[in-house]
Design a protein around this ligand. Structure first.
Ligand SMILES: Cc1ncc(C[n+]2csc(CCOP(=O)(O)OP(=O)(O)O)c2C)c(N)n1
Ligand SMILES: [Mg+2]
Length: 325
């Protein structure tokens, strides 16, 4: 394997990508156990398996670029720069959370890092993102807006309206579809006449690409092109990242609609060992280096949990802060 397989990225950069993937995975695993222990309440939609998409996309973005997200936003938030402390504290419902406890799991976000609080209405971000894109265009800024959405959103009217408006106005937007084969228990292929979501972009003359969403370098590469086009005023792109969620749709999902064979096939494409093995084979990292990065992440999450436990609850008066009344 030559250095070219890594798109000219430095070893430091590659390790940072690996560490980020592990952070997203371990954050979700930790949160799952905290919910089971009854330390956190409510429900949650987890991101294990899809990490390469958020990490590969956001690696191309500046803090001043913006993303929209969905009911499954933890990975997007961490990848865009929400700290593990602020993310964890939001789940604990504490003052120090990224939304000061007003968002919870499904509304993660932080304007300071360029993440609009997530919208849990399926397809909700697909039109809202055009407002961001239009603002950037009118201000003649070089900012880019990225809309993350699932395959389930592609049969909502908002998906089509958003693409159409972005195309007509040539807005600086990257639409990132995370096609994980299911919208809750509904298989994508049962409700869509086209094999690839990417095919639909042709109706709006939006360039589109099918991307291996289990390969962080492939996602990063495809997004780099799309972001460059957006910054140069060439309008929107749609990226369809083929991926898989390793968990159920939400906490109460026993996954009876998926076969064990299908799950095994996708688990074998796990993006974390996928990148780790390539780095070791190319001599960019040793197994011990990867283990050390993993340990760093565990320590970061221990700290995030302790920080959240110690943080103050919101006061009743704070219910009136940061809201329009
Ligand atoms: C408009 C709307 N309809 C239904 C729901 C209930 N719902 C929440 S998530 C979900 C499935 C979404 O699937 P997809 O867009 O593929 O995202 P994924 O869960 O796979 O990440 C549904 C139907 C909703 N939140 N909003
Ligand atoms: Mg889906």
């Amino acid at each position: 394997m030559t250095g070219d397989d890594f798109d000219g990225l430095s070893t430091e950069h590659l390790r940072a990508l690996y560490r980020k993937l592990v952070l997203l995975r371990r954050f979700e695993d930790r949160v799952y156990h905290l919910f089971l222990q009854g330390e956190l309440a409510g429900t949650l939609h987890q991101y294990q398996g899809q990490e390469a998409v958020a990490v590969g996309v956001c690696d191309n973005l500046e803090t001043t670029d913006w993303i929209t997200s969905t009911h499954r936003p933890h990975g997007h938030a961490l990848a865009k720069g929400v700290s593990s402390r602020a993310a964890m504290a939001e789940l604990y419902g504490k003052q120090t959370g990224c939304c000061r406890a007003k968002g919870g799991s499904m509304h993660f976000g932080d304007p300071e890092v360029g993440m609009l609080p997530a919208i849990a209405i399926v397809g909700g971000g697909n039109t809202v993102v055009t407002g961001l894109g239009l603002a950037f265009k009118l201000r003649r800024s070089s900012q880019v807006a990225v809309c993350f959405f699932g395959d389930g959103a592609t049969n909502e009217g908002a998906f089509h309206e958003g693409l159409n408006f972005a195309a007509v106005q040539q807005l600086p937007i990257v639409f990132v579809c995370e096609n994980n084969l299911y919208g809750a228990s509904t298989a994508y292929h049962q409700v869509s006449p086209v094999k690839d979501v990417a095919e639909r972009a042709a109706a709006y003359r939006v360039p589109a690409q099918v991307v291996d969403g289990m390969d962080v370098l492939a996602v990063r590469r495809a997004t780099a092109q799309a972001v460059a086009a957006a910054r140069e005023g060439k309008g929107p792109t749609l990226l369809e990242c083929k991926t898989y969620r390793f968990t159920g749709h939400s906490r109460s999902d026993a996954r009876g609609y998926r076969s064990k064979a299908e799950e095994a096939e996708w688990l074998a494409k796990d993006p974390i060992p996928g990148l780790g093995k390539k780095l070791v084979a190319a001599g960019r990292c040793s197994e011990a280096d990867l283990a050390a990065l993993d340990e760093q992440v565990v320590a970061e999450l221990d700290d995030a949990v302790e920080f959240s436990r110690q943080s103050p609850d919101p006061t009743p008066a704070q219910a009136y802060e940061d809201v329009l009344i």
